[in-house]
Ligand binder design. Structure first.
Ligand code: SF4
Length: 84
């Protein structure tokens, strides 16, 4: 039986922190394909939160299908106001 060790790693650029929980990753590669300058599995550390603007990192992290990548603080939901 294989046990995946539950660890959490944090990568901060001072504005936002990428939270990485490898035991949740399903290896879709969405992060590495979508924003390779930040998410590079061949590099250590593999997440460089200084390699792109915060908004680009945020937009990529929320696309992670497994929840292995999340944000701290969590992204705010935008409230759309009806037009007059
Ligand atoms: S997008 Fe999420 S599930 Fe896919 S490889 Fe990256 S961390 Fe893993």
């Amino acid at each position: 039986m294989e046990f995946k060790k539950k660890i959490t790693k944090l990568y901060s650029n001072g504005e936002i922190t990428v939270v990485w929980q490898p035991h949740l990753c399903i290896h879709s590669a969405a992060c590495a394909v979508g924003l390779p300058k930040v998410f590079d599995p061949g590099r250590r550390p593999w997440v460089d939160p200084h390699a792109a603007p915060t908004i680009e990192i945020r937009n990529q992290v929320i696309m992670c299908p497994s929840g292995a990548l999340t944000l701290d603080p969590p992204p705010k939901l935008e409230v759309l106001k009806p037009k007059d």
